[in-house]
Structure formats: structure tokens, C-alpha cells
Design a protein around this ligand. Structure first.
Ligand code: GRF
Length: 206
């Protein structure tokens, strides 16, 4: 089934680009119908402009009451008939109300093999630096379901990435990003074609 996707981005947006490419090429049936960013500097604006996709700036800072922010967020998701929300480098915790309302329909991509190297403050090059400092030979990327806690929801898919002896956080991040661009569309096609069940912490697709 083709799903209406909403992608949340704070930064560069290379995962957003990869998702759009996967959709345009037919690798996934779903369409990105809405992009939300909490940063005016996000690359998402440019990416969306080229492809005529609605990119909306939504930041809690623009609202005097948190409840109005949440209401606006939920209204957007409803108006665009969003089936699946994808966090793609979104550096803001989603309000619990949204997580509850879209339970098991919000995914995040993280640049490590969770549950290792995740949690608050673990994003971007920080993650890859910690991986290199740990001496790990293998790292990877994880797509997981978003819950109320950082990086700890049930794992949907993972892909390993080798750590080379001469890797820097930058070189490892490039290799990991390539893996992310393959893995995120794969996770979406699972949601398109399978029924999901969560048993304890394990995601099972039937
Ligand atoms: C990715 O590495 C992703 O794992 C993390 O944030 C980064 C976003 O990169 N959550 P981009 O903006 O998609 O290029």
C-alpha cells in the first residue's frame, strides 16, 4: 500500500533526498507529501522547492503556548493524511502527544547499531567519534520506531558498516550515510507491504 509520508528534518536533508529518489524511481510506492523542519537553515527548503513539495517551518519557539504548537503539528499531520512520520536528522524531541497519537507509525534513523551509541546528545559526528574511540570494528545504522525515549524504540532494520583503522568521524559518517540512504527506503517498503507486530521489544513483520 502506498503511504503518505511526512519527513521531519533539522539539517542537511540527505536522507530526505534519498527518500524522494526512492519514491521517484518506484523503489517505494509511498510519497513524501509533507516535510516539516524546525530550522530555518535546513537544507530541506531547497530540496523541496526543486521538487514542489510542501516544506513547512514549525518550531515550538514561534508559539507562546506549547499546546498550540502541538495542536498545529497534529492539524498538519491530519490535513495531509499522514500515515508514516519519518525523522531524518530531526534534532528535537517529538511531543509525547504526537508519539502517542502515531504510535508505531513514527520512525527514526540513527547512525549506529542501537542500542549502542544512542541516547541524548548522541547525534552526528559525536556518535562516530565515540564508535572510533571504543575500538569497535563494526558500526552501522538503525531504523527504529520512535517512543517517548531517545533512540530506544523497537528496531525495524539495521545495516552494518565497517570501521577502518584510519577512519575519522568524518570518513565513517560518509560510509554510514550511504548505508542510511539504502536502509530507510527498505524500512518503508516493509511498512507498505507487511503487517507489523511488536512482541516485547522485537518488531515482527508478517
Ligand atoms: C543522519 O546521520 C541520521 O542518522 C541522523 O541525522 C543525520 C541526518 O543527516 N539521525 P541528513 O540531514 O539526512 O543528511
Amino acid at each position: 500500500m502506498a503511504l503518505n509520508l511526512c519527513v521531519l528534518v533539522s539539517g542537511r536533508g540527505s536522507n530526505l533526498k534519498a527518500l524522494l529518489k526512492a519514491s521517484a524511481s518506484g523503489r517505494i510506492k509511498s510519497q513524501v507529501v509533507l516535510v516539516i523542519t524546525n530550522k530555518l537553515t535546513s537544507g530541506a527548503f531547497e530540496i523541496c522547492k526543486k521538487r514542489k513539495i510542501n516544506c513547512i517551518y514549525l518550531s515550538e519557539e514561534s508559539f507562546s503556548h506549547g499546546l498550540d504548537y502541538i495542536k498545529s503539528f497534529l492539524t498538519l499531520l491530519k490535513n495531509y493524511k499522514i500515515d508514516l512520520i519519518l525523522l531524518a536528522g530531526y534534532l528535537k524531541k517529538l511531543p509525547a502527544e504526537i508519539v502517542r497519537k502515531y504510535r508505531n507509525r513514527i520512525l527514526n534513523i540513527h547512525p549506529s547499531l542501537l542500542p549502542c551509541f544512542g541516547g541524548q546528545g548522541m547525534y552526528g559526528l559525536n556518535v562516530h567519534k565515540k564508535v572510533i574511540d571504543s575500538g569497535a570494528k563494526i558500526s552501522g545504522v538503525t531504523v527504529h520506531i520512535v517512543t517517548e525515549d531517545y533512540d530506544s524504540g523497537p528496531i525495524v532494520l539495521q545495516k552494518t558498516v565497517n570501521v577502518k583503522d584510519d577512519d575519522t568521524p568524518e570518513s565513517l559518517s560518509l560510509r554510514a550515510r550511504k548505508a542510511e540512504h539504502i536502509l530507510y527506503p527498505k524500512a518503508i517498503s516493509l511498512f507498505e507491504t507487511k503487517k507489523i507486530k511488536i512482541k516485547n521489544q522485537r518488531v515482527i513483520f508478517n
